[in-house]
Write a protein that binds this ligand. Sequence first.
Ligand code: ZN
Length: 439
Amino acid sequence: MCNRKVTEGSNPSLSAQFWILKYNQPEMPQDQVEEVKQKTDIVSIIGERIEIKKAGRNFKANCPFHGEKTPSFMVSPELQIFKCFGCGEGGDAFSFLEKYEGMEFGEALKYLADRAGVKLQRVDLGAGSEKEKLIEINTQALRFYNYLLLSHPIGQKALDYLLKERGLKKQTIEEFSLGYSPENPATFKKFLVDKKKFNPGDIAKGGLGLIRGSQIYDRFSGRIVFPLFDHRGNPVGFSGRVLPWDKRETGKYINSPETPLYHKSNVLFALNLTRPFIKKKKVAIVVEGELDAILSYQAGIRNIVAIKGSALTEEQVRLLSRFAPKFILALDADIAGDSAARRGITVAGNLGVEVKVATITKYKDPDEAARGDLESYKKDLINAKGVWDYLIDSVFARSEIGDKIVQAHYANVLARKLDVPLSAVSEEIGKVEAKEEAL
Ligand SMILES: [Zn+2]
């Protein structure tokens, strides 16, 4: 059986080598790892994450690791392994979680042990333990910020601003775990260092703290704080927004720097909450800012994420494509058309994701639209255009559509900018014109 090669071949994958290494370490609870393995069914682990279909003694699916439309990804209940005959990925339940969820071995072990009801006695998480420490710091910090915003006089003014000026409900603030960071840096230190006994070096490493001389300061002091979660719900970073009365000369938003936990290009704001809605609707709406996502969510548009800033990255597209086969971008016109977004759109296309672009007609952005005229906002989303139509229309909106010479000029520009053959552009223009004649 060729499937056996996955576990017994002479050239085991890196992950398998890692497994053997970990497995043989004396501090690893070897019999417990075995127990977790025995009590885990790879079919349900994978079946909860992607759509699988019974095929004889095995299950098959479209591979989540490379784009395909005919399934070459197999799961074997007998061997408790998966194998893709398209891209070659394969392994056991542990390696599936490592690859699909980005878990480290220790995280996967803990996750599977919890599911199987196995109580782990002693686990050396190795590199994972630094991440765990930073997650713990972030968790405590977000509780602290959230408490100050919702329940303490220090956060009252910021709370009033969110409720009265920005139209947020208290329940929404709770759901998104929003917070307020105190202006006085001593409060931050008193809580995290003096009370919770975290090391200032670790607080700085996680991106929350800034060390100046012998003091630690809060990077987000005086700001509304939006915790950033990975899609599994771990708080990996924060972004902080200034309040309107803040007279400091500083950016409107600041973010956690790149840390061992936080990689900006991998995070989609709100995905930890909205993932089930995106899966159910089979569409992900992509907006720009935190408040665009939050206010839309509050208004009932829940299959939504924010890219936080100006670029839709390849990593974000790959992550999101695991949950929906279709994206609707409701971004600023210059963002939807910029080169980073085009790269994202190209990746989406290669992964078989359909991308549409919505134009918000009556308001500045989705935040205002969600608070203003929800029906009009929904209509804008429904009327989203294909990427091609959107780009061509936006060019033609600025030129004389009837003039063939102008048209040819823009077709050339488009082809060059999009890095596609001129014939492809001409073909699309033909379609748009045919559609207009049909009206
Ligand atoms: Zn594959």
